[in-house]
Design a protein around this ligand. Structure first.
Ligand code: DX5
Ligand code: ZN
Length: 217
């Protein structure tokens, strides 16, 4: 699959979300980080903001739920207009049931792994998912340094996906930038979240194009 770029609005100006979304209209997705101050030590936004964002942009929303009780909340993000909803397996009670519910409601179902969570125990679940997110930082904050130690996990996950002949997308999130995206792409990732590397750039739209070119190279 051609690489896809998902800029994270966590690094945008929250008082100007509609404009910040439009600034990256050429991106494949808009990554929306939902944090509840329980699953991660930070608090961001919730369902009403996602509803408003969905109305404000044509770019599909890629909602990353860093929250407790995703079984209860994830379906509400589909109803709010998300095109893809990612829950953390560490927080989910019934990941298979939840993935099926997200799909049944009409969004792409995605599951995230924190850095210390191995992929192997979830091999049998992969056919239930449209995307797997491998965190390349500890979730909670933008602007952290990319964890090189996650590259072997990305590679092993790519092998699992290919061995099973799955269509599953492989997303990386955290510290993805001009200096790390090529290593992620080489290891087998195909959807790239970038917060500070996009919104910290003088021209966010150009930063998206440059990252895509690098991932394709
Ligand atoms: C971190 C979030 C990321 C964050 C990435 O917990 O899930 O999506 O916005 O930011 P950067 O690209 O700056 O590491
Ligand atoms: Zn994220």
């Amino acid at each position: 699959m051609a690489p896809q770029i998902s800029p994270s609005i966590l690094s945008a100006d929250f008082a100007r979300l509609a404009d910040e979304a439009k600034a990256v209209a050429g991106a494949d997705w808009l990554h929306v980080d939902v944090m509840d101050n329980h699953f991660v030590p930070n608090l961001t936004l919730g369902v009403p903001v996602v509803e408003s964002l969905a109305r404000a942009t044509d770019t599909p929303l890629d909602c990353h739920l860093m929250i407790e009780a995703p079984d209860r909340w994830a379906p509400q993000y589909v109803e709010a207009g998300a095109g893809s909803v990612t829950f953390h397996v560490e927080a989910a009670t019934a990941p298979v049931r939840l993935a099926r519910e997200i799909r049944a409601k009409g969004a792409r179902a995605s599951m995230a792994l924190r850095p210390a969570t191995p992929v192997e125990p979830y091999e049998d679940l992969l056919p239930e998912l449209d995307m797997l997110l491998i965190m390349t930082v500890e979730p909670g904050f933008g602007g952290q340094a990319f964890l090189d130690i996650m590259l072997p996990k990305i590679r092993r996950t790519r092998e699992l996906i290919d061995r099973h002949g799955l269509e599953l997308w492989l997303q990386v999130d955290g510290g993805v930038s001009a200096s790390t995206i090529e290593r992620c792409a080489d290891a087998g990732a195909d959807v790239f979240v970038a917060g500070s590397a996009v919104y910290g750039a003088a021209d966010p739209a150009e930063a998206v194009r440059a990252l895509r070119d690098q991932a394709e190279a």
